[in-house]
Design a protein around this ligand. Structure first.
Ligand code: PMP
Length: 430
């Protein structure tokens, strides 16, 4: 049995000074009924808690670390950068370098702005869409999560889904009313909504592969309909690729599908483990941002030199072969999980797109939030804790995505398949 004594003590101390003992809710393990692990360090695909336990890590800081923890080139680039100062509040060529790299990989981002989180990226993109169109209403999909800004905290995934809440106290009603929500992958529902209110809608924001209710791919039919219908009504289409960017594939979901949004938001991988978000898209629209245009956007640490350095060091190492190899590993791993579940007669649905993967204790199919909610979350909670005991660190919620890095070896994958089978056996016996 792994001993968590030091993590438990650290959590008690943290809870005295931070609400729930954490700085972001799903980290608290509250829904799975345990205490969170406090981390000491991590390298490659391994993470070590303060009790000295070692795990194969599939959370990877919730996505950013596609090259693994403390990747040598990222670390040395940061070491050099930090000697030159940590922040200037003035432009550096690093910002242009990262922006050019992003544009090469995601060409629809003709112009872009750097921010410090995914939340800021989506919040700013929404403001821009409203400013550009002169309309207030926005559309999002049930179970999609776009960060914690007021307008987007309605029927959201991730922690909101994990804790079963559909909006937050403190979000003013008029703002929530302007956020219209529709079931994910429901093409008929979105068509109906646009037929009724299309000319009042500033934008549709979507996770083109949903990751915040587990992995659920948007169907081609659905995403194509979003593109066509927004265009027809003068609304903007925003692909929130904060999670899928450089994860679903090297060129995001827009690269995989060939569907081009008006605006895109990025985060996670683009910052290589430091705080970066990006919003960008059509030049004519982006030119409306201050000081070029009138829609206000700013940030003390936007384009921070350390964050840009980590992003550059990360993106410069990515290539198509890496994604092909990672996809094959995820496919192999999920096939192993499925074989194991079938042998134990446990209903299991596995989904993955590129390096994003999840499993649902669910009869399936799982195409939207209603479907995910049919999953056995009580079983998930017990199973999750057993996996942890078996040295596998995964997302502590049925409503989240797991990830892969280039550092996960075939041996790690086989270890994980065996650990999954053992955890199933033990959870069923418990
Ligand atoms: N959009 C999506 C699709 C996300 O997955 C997330 C975070 N998981 C966000 C936005 C918000 O990003 P951040 O947590 O960096 O604010």
């Amino acid at each position: 049995m792994k001993d968590y004594t030091k993590s438990k003590a650290a959590f008690v101390e943290a809870s005295k000074i931070m609400p729930g003992g954490v700085n972001s809710p799903v980290r608290a393990f509250k829904n799975v009924g345990g205490d969170p692990l406090f981390i000491d360090h991590a390298k490659g695909d391994h993470i070590y808690d303060i009790d000295g336990n070692k795990y194969i890590d599939y959370v990877l800081s919730w996505g950013p670390l596609i090259l693994g923890h403390a990747e040598d080139n990222v670390v040395s680039a940061l070491q050099k950068a930090v000697e030159k100062g940590t922040s200037y509040g003035a432009p550096t060529p690093l910002e242009t370098t990262l922006a050019e790299m992003v544009q090469k990989l995601v060409p629809s981002m003709e112009m872009m702005r750097m921010v410090s989180s995914g939340t800021e990226a989506t919040m700013s993109a929404i403001r821009l869409a409203r400013g550009w169109t002169g309309r207030d209403k926005i559309v999002k999909f049930i179970g999609n999560y776009h960060g914690h800004s007021d307008s987007l905290l309605v029927d959201a995934g991730s922690g909101m889904a994990t804790f079963g809440i559909n909006t937050s106290p403190g979000v003013p009603d008029p703002l929530a009313y302007d956020t219209l929500t529709v079931a994910y992958n429901d093409t008929a529902a979105i068509k109906k909504l646009f037929a009724e209110q299309g000319d009042e809608i500033a934008c549709v924001i979507v996770e083109p592969v949903a990751g915040n209710m587990g992995v659920i791919p948007g169907t081609k039919e659905f995403l194509t309909a979003l593109r066509d219908i927004t265009k027809a009504h003068g609304s903007l289409l925003i692909f929130d690729e904060v999670m899928t960017g450089f994860r679903a594939g090297l060129h995001g979901v827009q690269g995989l599908t060939g569907i081009t949004p008006d605006l895109t938001t990025l985060g996670k991988v683009v910052g290589g483990g430091l705080p970066v978000g990006v919003f960008g898209g059509r030049k004519d629209i982006m030119s409306d941002i201050t000081p070029a245009g009138k829609v206000y956007h700013a940030g003390t640490l936007s384009g921070n030199p350390l964050a840009m350095t980590a992003g550059i060091a990360t993106l410069s190492q990515l290539n198509e072969e890496m994604y092909t190899a990672m996809d094959a590993k995820v496919t192999h791993m999920l096939e192993g999980f499925k074989r194991s579940a079938d042998a134990h007669k446990v209903p299991l649905v596995v989904h993955h797109v590129g390096t994003m993967w999840s499993y649902f204790f669910n009869e399936g199919p799982v195409n939207n939030f209603d479907d995910v909610q049919k999953s056995d979350v009580k079983f998930f909670a017990k199973f999750f804790k057993q996996l942890l005991q078996n040295g596998i660190y995964t997302a502590p919620s049925q409503y989240e995505t797991n990830f892969l890095s280039v550092k996960h070896t075939d041996e790690d994958i086989d270890t994980t398949i065996a650990a999954f089978d053992d955890a199933l056996t033990k959870t069923l016996k418990a």
